[in-house]
Design a protein. Structure first.
Length: 328
């Protein structure tokens, strides 16, 4: 079971849509993902719809991220859905328990404290005054001379009176009428990023934030993580892609990959992997950020492949190196 879950997370973190959403959480663009109510379509997540591209897949997409522990979900609302067409465009009605008509009139019951007489509020009103119909004494102060004793309903259809109406739901789309027992209650959630995520993908996204912010401040359009389609038709992933639109509608394309070593030196393998992608995509500049250092073979290969290397203790320092490099 554990191996399956780890494989699911491994695959998911290579999914472009999930990476884009996670990057928005990590950059602070999203703190809490909350749904927006649409009277016709019910609750929606427009931002996620833009990422996924298919509104019908949004719920499954968020459920998957939540099920893997990447997103934490919290109950935001419950909506009534029509049991026939599943629409949330449903009206709620209070009805007569005898004839089921929703043409009912609601009134308050009032009790005269002194004589104990109880009747509908309308029967106590005499213009601007409250007067007891039984003893004809004026009642001036609520909870002293009189008190509200509940509600009373009268059905305009059958003429019967009652204190508690029954409820029904009427679908505005297919006109199906349903009771509480027949209706379907759907839970709607808000989402936040799980603070305890330690996956490799999330760590990479977090590391890329300073570099992404640097390019954004330079006025470039930035995507992190990003996928580019090469001349071969293959799709290649990069930690950061930055583009500048020129006056002649051409674009300067910059790609960045980040490699980090826990043993003090990054090997030449990330250089080789980046070169294969760069050869197919043909950006104006390609950077490999090596944390903390790149080995000698890696430096030689990077120079041969025309890949610019930035060695730094962290990506914040690497962003400073990128600034210097771009000025050259």
């Amino acid at each position: 079971m554990q191996e399956t879950e780890e494989k699911d997370i491994f695959d998911l973190n290579r999914d472009h849509n999930s990476q884009v959403l996670l990057s928005k959480f990590l950059s602070g663009e999203i703190r809490t993902l909350e749904p927006v109510y649409d009277p016709q379509k019910g609750y929606r997540y427009p931002l996620v719809e833009d990422i996924v591209g298919d509104a019908s897949q949004v719920e499954h997409f968020l459920d998957t991220l939540s099920g893997l522990g990447i997103l934490d979900k919290k109950l935001y609302d419950k909506v009534i859905l029509c049991p026939k067409c599943s629409s949330s465009n449903v009206s709620f009605r209070y009805c007569c328990p005898y004839c089921k008509s929703y043409d009912i009139q609601k009134s308050s019951l009032v009790e005269h404290v002194k004589c104990g007489y109880m009747d509908l509020e309308t029967n106590f009103r005499q213009k601007t005054k409250y007067v007891c119909p039984k003893c004809h004494e004026e009642m001036r102060q609520n909870d002293v001379d009189y008190r509200k004793a509940g509600v009373w309903c009268t059905c305009s259809n059958c003429g019967k009176s009652f204190d508690i109406p029954v409820s029904e739901h009427s679908c505005r789309i297919c006109c199906t009428v349903s009771t509480f027992e027949e209706a379907y209650l759907k839970e709607v959630f808000s989402y936040t990023l799980n603070k305890n995520i330690k996956s490799e993908s999330t760590q990479n996204l977090s590391r890329a934030v300073p570099i992404r912010e640097f390019f954004a401040k330079e006025g470039l359009a930035v995507e992190s993580p990003a996928h580019l389609v090469g001349r071969s038709g293959a799709k290649h992933s990069f930690d950061v892609v930055a583009q500048k639109q020129n006056a002649d509608n051409s674009r300067n394309l910059i790609v960045v990959d980040i490699a980090q070593s826990s043993i003090g030196m990054v090997s030449e393998q990330p250089v080789i992997a980046l070169f294969a992608k760069v050869y197919d995509v043909s950006p104006e500049r390609a950077y490999l950020v090596a944390i903390p250092r790149l080995n000698d073979n890696g430096r030689k290969m990077a120079e041969l492949y025309n890949i610019i290397t930035i060695e730094a203790e962290n990506t914040s320092d690497a962003a400073k190196g990128l600034k210097t490099s771009l000025k050259e």
